[in-house]
Design a protein around this ligand. Structure first.
Ligand SMILES: [Mg+2]
Length: 242
């Protein structure tokens, strides 16, 4: 079988500490935007969590302004806001994200090494181009990325597998030469493995803990830190030579 030449990463909670940054951003918005302080911070954070879940369930992909997400929060709080307020909140949120988001340990070195070794490095991520590109730029990873593939390209959730097929078609490559690294098995592993990618689960967001056997059934390898991906690649490519 051919050697692996293409490495694709999910972005949020695989390369970047997005969940942490997101929580900090909600807190900042709560602190800065007075109409939200009609409820306690804890209650507001719970409403955000609920609205996010509903928004993700309703959406085929998420958009940069996430207007429907913020509208859910506003409706749940029964408050009236003007157009300018919505824009203010959206800007506050994204500025706070960019201020707080960080790479997982070893991300930059890993990308540098993969680049040096001649791999193609792509990002396959849920959502829109703009927010993901801004995160990459803010964390200084953008110059190592050969292709950024958000699900808005196919207007379909990652779990359908359409984005993975889109990537193969647009690069004109076979899945057998590709690895997908991500943190959510049914988004990043199952649909990719189904069409032939080798899949790697990064368990950094779970504190490096192994997940249950059922969850792991779609995953070929798991890594508890990003630097371990190099060993996995060496293992796969060595097996393919012999
Ligand atoms: Mg993720």
């Amino acid at each position: 079988m051919e050697k692996i030449k293409y490495i694709f990463f999910d972005l949020d909670d695989t390369l970047l500490t997005s969940r942490v940054a997101s929580l900090m951003a909600y807190k900042k918005v709560y602190k800065k935007f007075k109409p939200f302080r009609i409820v306690s911070e804890d209650k507001f954070l719970n409403i955000c969590k609920e609205a996010k879940r509903e928004y993700i369930n309703d959406s085929k992909y998420t958009t940069y302004p996430r207007y429907l997400f913020w509208k859910k929060i506003i409706d749940k709080l029964h408050i009236c806001v003007e157009i300018v307020d919505i824009v203010t909140v959206i800007n506050m949120y994204w500025n706070a994200i960019l201020e707080n988001i960080e790479t997982y340990e070893g991300a930059l070195n890993l990308l540098k090494t993969l680049k040096r070794d001649g791999y193609y490095i792509g990002i396959i991520t849920s959502g829109d181009f703009l927010s993901k590109a801004r995160k990459l730029i803010s964390c200084h990873l953008d110059k190592y990325i050969d292709g950024l593939f958000p699900t808005e390209l196919v207007i379909s959730d990652k779990s359908t597998g359409e984005i993975y097929q889109y990537v193969l078609d647009s690069l004109n490559v076979k899945a057998t030469g590709c690895v997908m690294v991500g943190d959510v098995p049914d988004q990043d592993a199952t649909p990719a493995k189904k069409i032939g990618f080798t899949t790697v689960l990064g368990t950094m967001r779970y504190g490096g803990k192994e997940l249950s056997d059922t969850t792991m059934s779609s995953v070929d390898y798991s890594i508890s830190s990003l630097d371990k991906l190099l060993n996995v690649l060496e293992r796969i490519n060595n097996e393919r030579v012999s």
